[in-house]
Structures are given as structure tokens and as C-alpha cells.
Design a protein around this ligand. Structure first.
Ligand code: NAD
Ligand code: ZN
Length: 259
């Protein structure tokens, strides 16, 4: 492990006052949730072009396909447990330094780890809820899927307005929730340390967040296995698995506070 990098991150965190953490699919791979693009993963069994928002809206056939895909991927997410990296973020929050936790993940593991839901900004929505695309009513996921199982429904429709129901995640071609996006960019501008964990930084506009933070004067840290298009902009990069790296950073930080 990059001990020197870990020490430097801990030092930066120690002098930070307002931290924003930004997470992607890479923080959850150690919890057993694969990223959708790995060979043999659920993603590879479905054609991405058939799962767009526009197709979902256009035809029952695609809504059926979307729900089949959604239900196939869900158990891996609902059974998963948070790992050391999710827990480290809870610890950062308890230290009083966390301004916001922005995530591209839809798996709900930050909430499961104990992060304050009021500080979590889910840019790509959540698998834990279902929403009506016409009247925006929301349900806890199981309320809808239990009814689907009981009544043998393949595509659920809204009991209020008849609109199609969809998992409350952002599909390809669907716009990101404006308020969540605005707040995320505002927090990025206002922090003094922006910590990205497990994101390839290729999905826009989320990938612009670190640059926004830099423009606001923040230092940038990246914990990630692979390189990203924004590596040049980072102050410190620690390459490694998010769980053990974040755990070591927290151990280092605790050592400071014991001194
Ligand atoms: P991504 O663009 O966030 O890329 C994942 C990055 O994490 C890669 O750069 C990879 O090198 C790195 N990584 C993988 N395992 C790691 C580990 N253990 N430690 C540190 N880094 C690690 O994610 P993606 O798979 O390209 O997916 C794009 C979008 O799909 C996401 O933004 C998200 O909305 C959705 N998605 C969500 C989940 C989830 O909720 N868990 C899972 C897959 C995809
Ligand atoms: Zn409705």
C-alpha cells in the first residue's frame, strides 16, 4: 500500500474544515456489487441501448425488459453490506467535518453504513424506491415489487394517474435531479477538501465535480484503482482498494488526534 500517500491524505484531512466526499461504483465492489461493465456481470446480459429512458417511455416491451433487468440486479445490492470505506466516511461525518456526501451509487450502502441521509446526495437516484414517471409519487421499492410478485405483474402502473412506474434511478437519457445536482456543485465549490473514492470520472456531469471544487480553492484527493481523465488535477492520488486505503487513512488520523 502507498503508505506515504496515505500519510499525506491524513495530514490534509487534519487541516481541512469542510470536507466533501464523492463516491462511485468502485467503493462498493469490495461489498460484492460489481460495476455493470465487467464481463459476465448483469450489464453484459442486457443491451444498454434497450434500457434508455426514451425506450422505457416508448413501449411496453422495453418497460418489461427494464423491470426484468432491474429485478435481476437488485438482490446483489440489497444483500450487500457496507465495507471499511463506507464506514470511514461515517467516521469523517462524526468528526463534524463532512459538508456533504455526493454519490453516483444507487445501492443505498452509505445509508446502511450509518451516514446521515440528510447529508447524502444521490446523483443517480436509488434502487430503494420506485417512482411514477408522470406524477412523481414515490414508494418504498418493496411496496411495488411485493405487489408485482403477488399479482404476477411484469410492469407496474401508478394507482393514482396510470403513469408507468420505474425504479427511482436515473436511466441513460434521463436527466439528473436538478436540485441534487445544483446542491452538489454548490458543496463542491464551498469545501476545502474534495475526496473522490472509486470513480472512473467518466460519467458527466458528475465527473466535473472535482474541477468545480478546485476552482473554489479546494485540495483534491483521489482513491481509485485505475487512472481517470482528471488525474492531473489531483493533489494526491492513492491507488489501491478503497476499503483498506480508507481504513489506513482513518487509523493515521486517529494517531494524530491521540498525539
Ligand atoms: P465508475 O465510473 O464510478 O467507475 C468505477 C471506478 O472504481 C473505476 O475507475 C475502478 O478502477 C474503480 N474501482 C473499482 N473497484 C475499486 C476498489 N475496490 N477500490 C478503489 N477503486 C475501485 O463506475 P461504473 O461502474 O463505470 O458505473 C457508472 C455508473 O453506474 C455509476 O456512476 C453508477 O451510477 C452506476 N453504478 C452503480 C453501482 C452501485 O450503486 N454500486 C454499481 C455499478 C454501476
Ligand atoms: Zn402517477
Amino acid at each position: 500500500m502507498d503508505d506515504e500517500g496515505i500519510k499525506r491524505v491524513a495530514q490534509l484531512m487534519r487541516s481541512a474544515r469542510k470536507i466533501v466526499v464523492f463516491t462511485g461504483a468502485g467503493i462498493s465492489t469490495e461489498s460484492g456489487i460489481p460495476d455493470f461493465r465487467s464481463p459476465g456481470g448483469i450489464w453484459s446480459q442486457y443491451n444498454q441501448d434497450d434500457l434508455t429512458y426514451q425506450k422505457f417511455r416508448s413501449h411496453e416491451k422495453y418497460r418489461k425488459l427494464y423491470w426484468a433487468y432491474d429485478r435481476a440486479r437488485y438482490p446483489a445490492m440489497s444483500d450487500a453490506l457496507p465495507n471499511q470505506a463506507h464506514e470511514a466516511i461515517v467516521e469523517i461525518e462524526r468528526s463534524g467535518l463532512l459538508l456533504a456526501l455526493i454519490t453516483q451509487n444507487i445501492d443505498g450502502l452509505h445509508q446502511k453504513a450509518g451516514s446521515d441521509p440528510n447529508k447524502i446526495y444521490e446523483l443517480h437516484g436509488t434502487v430503494k424506491e420506485v417512482t411514477c414517471l408522470d406524477c412523481s409519487t414515490r414508494w418504498v421499492r418493496e411496496e411495488i415489487t411485493d405487489r408485482m410478485d403477488r399479482e404476477g405483474i411484469e410492469v407496474p402502473y401508478c394507482p393514482h394517474c396510470g403513469g408507468p412506474l420505474k425504479c427511482a434511478t436515473i436511466a441513460f437519457g434521463q436527466s439528473l435531479p436538478a436540485e441534487v445536482l445544483e446542491k452538489s456543485f454548490a458543496y463542491a465549490r464551498n469545501c476545502d477538501l474534495f475526496l473522490t473514492i472509486g470513480s472512473s470520472l467518466v460519467v458527466q456531469p458528475a465527473a466535473m465535480l472535482p474541477l468545480e471544487a478546485k476552482r473554489g480553492g479546494a485540495r483534491l484527493v483521489l482513491v481509485n484503482l485505475s487512472t481517470t481523465p482528471y488525474d492531473q488535477a489531483m493533489d494526491i492520488i492513492v491507488r489501491g482498494n478503497a476499503g483498506p486505503v480508507m481504513d489506513s487513512i482513518m487509523t493515521e488520523l486517529r494517531r494524530f488526534s491521540d498525539e
